[in-house]
Design a protein around this ligand. Structure first.
Ligand code: ME8
Length: 532
């Protein structure tokens, strides 16, 4: 049976346009979706926008608009940026869509029927930027200001419906302890476990809808109340797959993607995804996602990103970089620069440096050296290796021995063994580092074996053939490993080697010896032209 892989990004607020942070999570999800498709998985990749809540109501009012108008305007920026970054999502959910609203109401109905919801009253602090209830002790610690935005917390005092969150905490703890991969990386898992020790109260899950100007999903048991925006938002991962048993017309096959394999999130929304969401799912009697992975935050040019400081990596800056360097270079940079899971800094200097050193000098140069030499010395046809010539051209004999093995067997073996594990743990920067190590090893191998010198001696022709076959085969493998990260550039590079990405799985494609001698290479433009 084909294995399923269901990956999600957070759904982003439509109070403002997308920036590098949103792009980061979405590119990571895209790389994982492409990688798993290439490995033969049945993939579902979901992203979307979070359009309800006080944050949107206020942002719209500041702009003199209604919330729907603002959402309709801003959602386009997200959808367009994902096209511009070549994001291959299968669905895009907006929480204002009827399909979502109806299904959220059904979820609430089910929770009410299971006695998981009760009426009470909430008096306490609220962070409107984060859409988050804040305990008295936390509020005191942060001087009654938002820990994220620094804006004053707002005092809420009203009737509310509550979810029996506290009662599910022991089961949640047990799940976290029994499933080390449930919250990743480990530092985030420990953070959740230690915060759970401080105690958890039941969760207010509704707001008087008049306070929101009617903007939200009405509680089905009490239309004067709207569903708390985080309950509405978290449900998207589930509602996007439909609830065909309520006759909503959704394709029943979609349900088989649940539970999600991976929720990718930023560290700021860990608690919602690792506490509220699994407890709601347990209360519904649903299975829990396999993994929630929280990545770190970007600063820019050494400081917190801010529009007033002029270091904000907005969608305009992203598009400008994509225009200058290519969108694949942007996708590469964000996943290469910082280990996924820790904070990192964006800088134009670092971008240019990585581009020139790794993409232009190591990878692009390796491809053009290889294609040029095969063009010049073998009439643009990939040569046969020496051993295979001796043995009568058996593919099985095209294996690494001697100097070739000495240079390349180590990095190739490391890739073959480690990439599946590293991808399973979202360690993109290490995957890219290992690929770079292979590219660097091949460049060194060329320097050591000096094919341009051998080419002057006709008696060395078989040896020259071995060397150039080895280079072409190694470049082919490098490009295949890079293909989920840089789908277009790698396709262009493979075309220069006379190849297309076939239908075999990625792990089959990266085996040594797949390249057929005789394949016609074609010199092309530099894959990554150097930038000054
Ligand atoms: O929190 N660095 O939406 P949001 C890295 N609607 N990632 C960043 C970032 C930065 N500087 N800034 C933002 C919400 N992000 C809710 C989510 S999900 C059911 C509801 C990324 O628009 C990161 O993924 O504030 C973070 O989790 C997300 O944007 C928050 O986006």
């Amino acid at each position: 049976m084909t294995q399923r892989f269901y990956v999600t990004t957070p759904i982003y607020y439509v109070n403002d346009a997308p920036h590098i942070g949103h792009s980061y999570t979405t590119i990571a999800a895209d790389v994982l979706a492409r990688y798993h498709r290439a490995e033969g998985y049945d993939v579902r990749f979901l992203t979307g926008t979070d359009e309800h809540g006080i944050k949107i109501v206020k942002a719209a009012a500041e702009k003199g608009m209604g919330p729907r108008e603002l959402a309709d305007q801003v959602v386009v920026h997200f959808q367009q940026l994902w096209k511009d970054l070549n994001i291959s999502n299968d669905d895009f959910i907006r929480t204002t869509q009827e399909r979502h609203e109806k299904r959220v109401q059904e979820i609430i109905r089910r929770l009410v029927a299971k006695d998981e919801i009760y009426a009470g009253s909430y008096a306490g602090w609220y962070d409107e930027g984060q859409e988050e209830f804040v305990t008295e002790s936390t509020a005191r610690e942060t001087e009654y200001k938002s820990a994220i935005s620094g804006k004053p917390l707002v005092r809420y005092s009203e009737k509310s419906y509550f979810f029996h969150l506290a009662k599910w905490i022991p089961a949640l703890k047990q799940h976290i302890l029994a499933n080390p991969d449930f919250i990743q990386p480990d530092s985030r898992r420990n953070e959740v476990l230690s915060k759970l020790e401080q105690g958890v109260e039941d969760l207010s899950i509704s707001r008087a809808s008049e306070k929101l100007g009617g903007w939200g999903i009405a509680m089905p048991n009490d239309p004067t109340h709207s569903v708390y925006v985080w309950i509405d938002a978290l449900s998207n991962y589930y509602t996007a797959l439909g609830l065909p048993d309520i006759g909503d017309g959704a394709d029943p096959a979609l349900g088989s993607y649940w539970p999600a394999s991976l929720h990718l999130i930023g560290k700021d929304i860990l608690w919602f995804h690792c506490v509220y969401w699994p407890c709601l799912l347990m209360a519904l009697g649903e299975r829990l996602p396999t993994t929630v992975f929280a990545h770190g935050w970007w600063t820019s040019e050494g400081k917190k990103m801010s529009k007033s400081l002029g270091n904000f990596v907005s969608k305009e800056v992203i598009l400008e970089l994509c225009g200058e360097y290519h969108r694949d270079a942007f996708r590469y940079f964000v996943l290469r620069e910082v280990p996924f899971g820790v904070d990192g800094d964006f800088s134009r200097a670092a971008f240019q440096q990585r581009y020139n050193v790794e993409l232009a000098n190591a990878i692009g140069n390796l491809l053009s050296r290889t294609v040029n030499m095969i063009g010049r010395y073998f009439d643009a046809a990939v040569p046969e290796t020496q051993q295979a010539l001796l043995a009568g051209s058996s593919v099985a004999l095209r294996e690494l021995t001697g100097l070739e093995a000495e240079h390349l067997a180590g990095p190739l073996q490391a890739l073959g063994q480690e990439v599946p594990v590293l991808m399973a743990h979202c360690q993109f920067s290490l995957v890219l580092q290992k690929v770079m190590e292979l590219a660097t090893a091949v460049n060194r191998y060329i320097d050591v074996t000096s094919p341009f010198t051998l080419a002057k001696d006709p008696s060395q022709r078989p040896r020259l053939g071995t060397i150039l076959y080895t280079c072409a085969e190694a470049v082919r493998i490098v490009l295949n490993y890079l293909s989920p990260f840089m789908p277009e550039k790698t396709a262009t590079g493979l075309a220069q080697l006379g190849l297309t990405i076939g239908s075999e799985s990625l792990s089959q494609r990266v085996r040594w010896g797949v390249l057929e001698p005789g394949t016609k290479v074609a010199k092309g433009e530099p894959l990554f032209p150097r930038k000054q």
